[in-house]
Design a protein around this ligand. Structure first.
Ligand code: GDP
Ligand code: ZN
Length: 310
């Protein structure tokens, strides 16, 4: 039997089989993934095969090759990674101009790390209802900036519902990771898109198990019109480690475009003569905030420092 892993809590995996059944499964003892040293060999989004033993317990005994996966390096010293989700189609990065303010460094780091994993990102500017006229102008400027770089931007109010309709067609048929700093409105947005999730959370609270839904495990929420939202508490970017300067350049779309005209192939765009990126910056074709984020990632040779920045 084949299916999709939609939830992982400890050693249990919830699999939705191709004929629509929900099966709680464990991993077969001798099942190992080649090539990846990970704390969890199977993640939400994985397509797996399951079998039942004589007692009726379901076991995952095979996993289909992944199109992509998002990893986070474990905080411990084992150098293992934790796979957050597999087979992701896109990410929605929820940002706010105010209450709280999302920094451009945070946005740019997230975008660069998503580029590294070839995950397209759509920027969702939430809490638009709270902005005064100056902040509205600023939001418009930010949206123009990122739109010019090549990212779709949508302004919404998860609270009031404004703009949320624009997100629905983008979610259809896709597996979308929802990310953003704490407090930007991710839960509010999910409740707006999937009111039945709200219901379930309420039920849990009613039975005095309020802690239950604040799980640190990943879960895929099924959309009524085909597609999934991956609710992953605490991911602030995709694991990007040990990047060379040339790689960082390639993850900033507009910097990459200009870098092709730099005199030196290994130009770091910091001081080199004939640097087309510095020239573009001077001529306002590259936003200073984007260039600053690029520099801050160049500075992150020390990987611990990089992780703390998230
Ligand atoms: P999360 O940490 O990203 O899941 O953020 P929450 O969904 O818990 O939202 C944090 C706070 O912001 C809550 O008090 C929400 O009611 C509020 N909030 C979320 N979205 C909006 C919005 O669009 N407008 C306003 N005014 N408040 C919002
Ligand atoms: Zn250069």
């Amino acid at each position: 039997m084949k299916g999709l892993v939609i939830k992982n809590t400890g050693s249990w995996y919830t699999v939705k089989t191709d004929d629509g059944k929900i099966v709680e499964s464990k991993i077969k003892g001798n099942f190992r993934l080649k090539g990846i040293r990970s704390t969890n060999p199977v993640a939400v989004g994985d397509r797996v095969g399951i079998i039942r033993n004589q007692e009726g317990t379901a076991f995952i005994d095979s996993i289909e090759e992944r199109r992509n996966y998002i990893i986070r390096k474990s905080q411990n010293l084992s150098k293992q990674s934790h796979i957050i989700a597999a087979n992701v189609d896109q990410a929605f990065l929820i940002v706010t101009i105010d209450h709280p303010q999302t920094s451009t460094t945070f946005i740019d780091r997230f975008l660069a790390s998503a580029e590294a994993y070839s995950v397209p990102v759509i920027l969702v500017f939430n809490k638009s209802d709270l902005l005064d006229s100056d902040e509205k102008r600023y939001q418009k400027m930010m949206m123009t900036l990122y739109d010019t770089v090549g990212y779709k931007c949508i302004a919404v109010s998860a609270e009031k519902g404004d703009g949320v309709d624009e997100l629905l067609p983008l979610l259809k048929g896709k597996t979308t990771v929802l990310s953003g700093n704490s407090g930007v409105g991710k839960s509010t947005l999910i409740n707006r898109i999937l009111p039945e999730v709200n219901l379930r959370t309420a039920e849990i609270s009613d039975s005095h198990n309020t802690g239950m839904h604040t799980t640190t495990f990943s879960e895929m929420l099924e959309l009524p019109e085909d597609g999934y939202i991956i609710d992953t508490p605490g991911i602030k970017g995709f694991g990007t480690f040990n990047m060379e300067p040339e790689e960082i350049t390639s993850y900033f779309k507009e910097i990459f475009r200009f870098s092709k005209d730099c005199r030196f192939g290994n130009c770091t765009h910091t001081h080199e003569p004939g640097c087309a990126v510095l020239k573009a910056l001077e001529n306002h074709f590259i936003a200073p905030s984007r260039y600053q984020s690029y520099l801050s990632m160049l500075d992150d040779k020390d990987e611990n420092k990089y992780r703390e920045a998230y």
